[in-house]
Write a protein of this length. Structure first.
Length: 600
């Protein structure tokens, strides 16, 4: 069949379908059911399964969502704040425009929590009918407040903060809140106070979607110009006023945009904090997100893929370039590392390779063991040989809680500036994570929001203190600096145990409670710690995180997922510090060659 004839038949069929749909809808002005009666006051429509007719104004059409949203004009609303005046009409392929007043017939359904009308007929009654949005503000006072706005056009004048970008590149969506959301045990004591924060957080979050169900979009709608390594959208950015339709899908309340949504870069990328005036030593801690180099004992007989981390030499090169950029930018003299491949201390080991990549002045601490414990990952210590000297012996322990608790073994070394001054013992740690919960026993989840394995982490904190009191490096009474990923937020029992022993939480002391090194499901907090013994405090000048990772989209990391195109692999990656890991590094600036000024 020739193309002109095929096109003519297609147009005729489309016209016929439109006529049939319009006939099925009936005449404009005939009796209808109001949207508020369909939505009702509960989360499920009281009219499910009924065939009804409505007349309402289109507020937004989303072809990729297979339908459009309608809303009652102001004169026809029921003035009941508990009932919504908006509704989703499911009609794939529908060609409608905002401002169309339509008569639609169909069957009322609940689709995965969203009330919708599955259209069987549609007739255009009027064009260019204005409809005013209703204001939306966070936090919601009550969960029912969201249901009362389901399907409605809303205006968001309040600046909302981006709290999470985990699904930005994958599904085009992100989490918004009024201000940053914090992990409950970051800001409140475990138990009832933490649960109250969790409940408040639940009312203070909403997803901003992109009007599509397309996964891995070729161009991500946010930010303006499309997401790229040189055009980020970070957690902490804030929205400018915008309009959207409030809807529900994929187990979350969502805003589908109407027009452009723009952001203010309220939390921009920044270089590492400069050293505090007078500092002669910077110590840092950095979780390097499973740095496995494929040599040594990595993988089955060596090579790739390894048990964790990079699955190819190409991924490793990308990962290493970002880590080196981050470590050089951090400008530390001693660094405690976590999540290194536990493949020993030979020339092919992951620790050796990363140290060599930093340059000839860098050394790593070798505790004289083939491996540091039996876990797939280990901690490590590296230092600038020209700046500091290692004193005594490198030390670790597998006693007590470290033998049975599932923790990575700690590693301690005493250091002193080459020019002389106070020696300090730096001990890097990685306590057991909150995952893989047992079903019962003291390490089960207890409902206080500390997560499982809390008892094991408390035991590790106690064992660490006992071990350090025994002078494991053999250097006398050098003050301690405990660093690393303790898998505990600052109000949780393991950190309380260390503080009660006289250690000072330097991150909290210098940055306050609302700081973070990690985000989880849109909530921020710090798992990465720096705790100093009291004898060191008059020499500590500054401490805090460098926010290069937790706020960045996960798509910017080193990995080459198969669901992304080659163009996306190039667009999202840069050999820079941003998203070198999932944890932000933390630093401590000290003055060891002379006492710190009283002002500090």
């Amino acid at each position: 069949m020739k193309r002109p004839m095929l096109l003519l038949i297609t147009l005729l069929l489309a016209a016929l379908a439109g006529t049939v749909a319009a006939d099925a809808a009936g005449a404009c002005g005939e009796p209808v059911t109001r949207i508020a009666a369909i939505q009702g006051r509960a989360d499920v429509s009281p009219r499910v399964g009924e065939s009804l007719a409505i007349e309402a104004v289109v507020t937004a059409a989303y072809p990729d969502l297979d339908g459009f949203y309608v809303m009652e004009p102001e004169a026809l609303r029921d003035d009941d704040p508990a009932t919504s005046e908006g509704l989703f009409v499911y009609q794939p392929g529908a060609r409608v425009n905002a401002g169309d007043r339509l008569r639609v017939t169909g069957t009322v359904e609940e689709y995965h929590g969203l009330t919708q009308l599955r259209a069987t007929g549609r007739r255009l009654c009027e064009r260019n009918v204005p409809v005013a949005p209703v204001p939306l503000m966070l936090p919601f006072a009550d969960p029912a407040d969201r249901e009362a706005l389901e399907g409605m056009l809303v205006s968001v004048a309040q600046p909302l903060t981006v709290s999470d970008t985990h699904e930005l590149a994958r599904y085009g969506s992100l989490t918004l809140s009024h201000g940053r959301l914090f992990i409950p045990t970051q800001v409140a004591a475990p138990g009832a106070p933490a649960r109250a924060v969790r409940a408040a957080n639940a009312l203070n979050r909403i997803q901003l979607d992109d009007g599509s169900h397309v996964g891995n979009p070729a161009t991500v709608r946010y930010p303006r110009g499309g997401l790229a390594a040189n055009n980020p959208l970070r957690a902490g950015y804030r929205t400018r006023p915008f309009q959207a339709v409030l809807t529900y899908g994929f187990q979350a309340w969502r805003l589908q945009p109407v027009g452009e949504v723009r952001f203010d870069a309220a939390n921009p990328r920044s270089p590492a904090p400069p050293r505090a005036p007078g500092s002669d030593l910077r110590v840092a801690a950095f979780n390097v997100l499973n740095y496995f180099n494929g040599d040594g004992d990595g993988g089955e007989g060596g090579g790739f893929p390894t048990a964790r981390g990079a699955i190819s030499a190409e991924e490793l090169a990308r990962q290493q370039a970002k880590l080196v950029a981050a470590l050089k930018g951090l400008d530390a003299d001693v660094v405690g590392l976590m999540e290194l491949e536990n493949d020993g201390y030979g020339a092919d080991a992951a620790l050796a390779q990363l140290t060599a990549a930093l340059g000839p002045d860098w050394r790593y601490v070798n505790p004289g063991r083939e491996r540091l414990g039996g876990d797939a990952i280990a901690v490590g210590l590296i230092y600038r040989h020209g700046v500091v000297e290692a004193l005594g012996r490198a030390a670790t322990t597998d006693a007590g809680a470290f033998r049975t608790g599932g923790h990575r073994l700690p590693l301690a070394q005493t250091f002193r500036p080459r020019g002389g001054g106070q020696a300090i013992t730096v001990v890097v740690n990685h306590f057991k994570s909150k995952g893989g919960c047992p079903g019962r026993g003291e390490n089960a989840e207890r409902g206080d929001l500390q997560g499982c394995w809390n008892a094991a982490r408390v035991a590790a904190a106690g064992q660490l203190l006992s071990w350090l009191k025994g002078d494991p490096t053999g250097t006398g009474k050098a003050p301690w600096l405990i660093i690393g990923d303790l898998n505990s937020y600052p109000r949780e029992d393991p950190i309380t145990r260390l503080r009660d022993a006289g250690l000072v939480d330097l991150i909290r002391r210098f940055q306050g409670p609302e700081t973070y090194t990690y985000t989880y499901r849109g909530e921020a907090g710090y798992l990465d710690h720096a705790l100093a013994s009291e004898g060191l405090m008059d020499r500590v000048l500054a401490a805090g995180p460098w926010p290069i990772n937790a706020d960045e989209p996960v798509a910017f990391d080193y990995r080459l997922p198969g669901f992304q195109s080659a163009d996306q692999h190039r667009r999202y990656y840069a050999p820079d510090p941003w998203r070198a890991s999932d944890h932000d590094p933390v630093f401590v600036d000290l003055r060891l060659t002379s006492p710190a000024d009283d002002a500090h």
